[in-house]
Design a binder for this molecule. Sequence first.
Ligand code: ATP
Ligand code: MG
Length: 391
Amino acid sequence: MTEPRPDCAVAHYHEIALKGGNRPMFIRRLTDNLRKAVQGLGKIRILSPRGRILLYLNEETPWPILSERLSGIFGIANFSAAYRCPTEPEAIEALVNRLLDSKTFQTFRISARRGDKAYPLTSMELNIRLGRHVQEKTRARVDLEQPELTIHVEILQREALVYFEKLGGPGGLPVGVSGHVLSLISGGIDSPVASYLMMKRGCTIGFLHFHGYPHLTKASLEKAEELVQHLTRHQFESRLYAVAFGEVQRLIVLNVPPPLRVVLYRRFMLRIAEEIAHRERAKAIITGENLGQVASQTLDNLTVIQEAARLPILRPLIGFDKDEIIETAKAIGTYPVSIQPDQDCCRLFIPPHPSVAAQLNDIEKAERNLDVSGLVKMGLETVERMAFTFP
Ligand code: ATP
Ligand code: MG
């Protein structure tokens, strides 16, 4: 027998993450985000009776697509396909009967929760009553430790919900509660992961990519576009700024000693980023930098790079191992795009021995040979803006 179509989705969030006075705002944001996430799936009513969020489905809602969308919504700890009935124990038993027709199992347990404390039975009494009922109907055994099937029952004020499997959400905070940031996205493995982690902490993200045009192709930009489109499923709309950096790099190369180039590229990227961050009203700049991985990412160099910007630079991957970053990239689906070959502008005019311990004095001296604001302006004049939406 096939499973009956679910009446609703019930989603739970981590209570602790949402404690305190901000809670109503968090829940409002989460429901707003869900409203965007379910676009195109028919009319879906969304409610938030204490401690949970309900999405009432309609005839056309395809559960597999809805489930896929919910699995990308930050703030959701877990969710389930659920069935609704009146709160009387008889009605719950009748619904359970109907649902169990399509299931075979040897062991089970009931896990009842009361959202409505005025309900005449305690959770324990309900567990016992429904457990006995299921036992009589199916001859299956109760196993509280490792049941094959858990039958979840939630009593709300006006209705009861019955559901089985809890599917994992991504956790974190609803996108939008933590403000807007600008993420420097290369075509590499790290920066998409860094962006993902900041969204997970509730940020909305604007993206900025530097490509090596006209001295390289725009292949890295195509990857950045694909990555941004992929990440947009968590925030529903994104802007990507693309800056042609090749000519700025060439002028740096002409005027500064080779070992300092990499740090200088980075400082110019940041200066351009800061201008775009102002346009975007972004409160911080995000990078995928990670301590000690490559020459540009020693503590000395990170410090000297940071000096070029006034906005805070957040580096969510700073303490990660490369293995951990790759694992996350695979889990969030960005890895296959990131490993495609491209022409990364950072490898343009790279000297054989980049400095690993740049000193601010030397860097500032080198920059005196450059028209700093002119180069920033030159980069900004090439900026293109692209928009992405999901679904
Ligand atoms: P990634 O995998 O993100 O490219 P990486 O380990 O290769 O990181 P770098 O190439 O040194 O490290 O870059 C460090 C960070 O600088 C990146 O994570 C990204 O935030 C930023 N960055 C580097 N190149 C670009 C680029 N072409 N456009 C935008 N941001 C960049
Ligand atoms: Mg890179």
